[in-house]
Design a protein around this ligand. Structure first.
Ligand code: GLC
Length: 431
């Protein structure tokens, strides 16, 4: 029965099954501790930003600990920022000196991370920024940190964009050659709709990146790799960011589109010490459930700090999500949308075989759950977290309570107390 997804070039079966990944935004900006866009937000010169390069010393970095926490949280793949918009390479590239091996970190940080996450059984994804605010031939546009620096803007005229494109493709070649099998490449991002402003060029898109060649390079080096949509050339995955879709995404033929929402703990991707708007474990779990109920994945972000650690606020939430996943993962992995309308403030998922429905209760109603049309289809119901039966109330006992014509409504009797889990899940065994 599986799920009717649109075919795409990459091997996406594992991705559709695994549903839940860890995003990691880590770079020298972690030493600043106030967002990965701080160079733009604070309009820093290269010299001002250099201090984070000079002081990036993740002496407590332990990728095996990160990988264990990701696995225990129920995450099945991870995506690491190999280079963010600041242009600093997290691996030992031969193409620039602006790399972490030249910071106090003094080593390639990608290699041990890939090894550790693979050892925990997670698939490997690389995030790679198309944008680069440091490369000497990356031309200025409105989102560049030096966009308001007239001298810098004038010097922009001498830049040779082709040299940057050669660098961009060279970095991707290194990353897809030197680190074994890479399962997913998350490019970020295109903004060609942004108009030119004075001496500042327009935003950049697929033609600027030579995206078709770049994608062909990826598929030549890593056959089967999954690639996202942010080069402006749609590939395997659509990637809404910090939003949830209102419904499953389908193409003009009605086939499901593979999508993945990426979400943060607090709104910042990079480590942000003073940001307080942190999501609760319940919210995080609901975002995951909501996505799967609409045929999507969730890539949930952690921003490690300048010492190379996940901060306590992140660790405790990952543990809470992992506890829920350890009991309820059966309603997430290998599951997807069904064609039923759930009760208010609930979500349905179903398994690929189509013989199990999972009802995720975002709020806990009093004593009964009413499921129109399901009485003839359901053989048994249980609370997934403890495997305890939920009694199906025989229709002749409820008919006086059911509106006329609702005889096919399945009525479940539920405890008055909400079960002791963040989001209770009811497993329905279909006949
Ligand atoms: C946006 C942000 C970038 C972040 C990305 C994650 O593109 O600019 O900082 O890495 O979202 O999807």
């Amino acid at each position: 029965m599986s799920f009717d997804y649109r075919d795409t070039p990459g091997n996406t079966d594992w991705f559709i099954h695994d549903r839940f990944g860890m995003f990691i935004h880590w770079g020298v900006y972690a030493a600043a501790g106030r967002h990965e866009w701080l160079k733009k937000m604070e309009q820093m010169t290269d010299e001002q930003y250099q201090r984070y390069f000079d002081h990036f010393d993740p002496d407590l970095y332990d990728p095996a600990q990160w990988a264990r926490m990701a696995r225990e949280a129920g995450m099945k793949y991870f995506v690491i920022t190999t280079k963010h918009h600041d242009g600093c390479c997290m691996w030992d590239t031969a193409l620039t000196d602006w790399k972490v091996t030249n910071t106090p970190a003094g080593r390639d940080l990608i290699a041990p991370m890939v090894e550790a996450f693979r050892a925990e059984g997670l698939k490997v994804g690389f995030y790679h920024s198309l944008i680069d605010w440091t490369h000497p031939h990356y031309t200025l546009d409105g989102i560049h940190p030096r966009a308001t620096d007239d001298e810098y803007v004038r010097a922009n005229q001498n830049r040779d964009w082709d040299k940057y494109v050669e660098f961009l493709h060279g970095c991707v070649r290194e990353l897809l050659t030197n680190y074994g099998r890479i399962d997913y490449l998350f490019f970020d991002y295109s903004y060609s709709s942004r108009p030119a402003e004075g001496l500042l060029g327009p935003g950049k898109g697929k033609d600027d990146w030579h995206a078709d060649e770049l994608i062909a390079l990826c598929r030549e080096l890593q056959p089967g790799i999954i690639i996202n949509d942010r080069t402006e050339v749609p590939q395997d995955v659509t990637t809404p960011e910090q939003v949830q879709t209102p419904a499953a995404l389908r193409d003009e033929d009605g086939k499901l589109i593979i999508w993945e929402s990426c979400q943060t703990f607090s709104g910042s991707w990079g480590y942000y010490r003073d940001q307080l708007d942190w999501k609760s474990p319940e919210t995080i779990i609901k975002l995951l459930i909501d996505g799967v109920s609409k045929g999507g994945n969730m890539l949930f972000n952690v921003g490690p700090n300048g010492r190379g650690q996940f901060e306590p606020r992140a660790v405790e939430r990952l543990q809470a999500v992992g506890e829920w996943m350890s009991l309820n993962g059966r309603s997430i992995y290998g599951c997807g949308p069904c064609d039923l309308t759930p009760p208010p403030d609930a979500r349905f998922t179903r398994n690929a075989a189509g013989d199990r429905l999972y009802l995720h209760m975002f709020s806990w109603p009093f004593k009964h759950i009413w499921l129109p049309g399901l009485a003839p289809r359901v053989d048994y119901a249980q609370l997934l977290s403890d495997g305890s039966e939920l009694k199906i109330v025989p229709s002749d006992r409820v008919s006086h309570r059911l509106p006329a014509g609702a005889e096919d409504t399945l009525v479940l009797e539920i405890p008055v107390q909400k079960p002791p889990v963040e989001v209770p899940v009811i497993e329905l065994f279909l006949k």
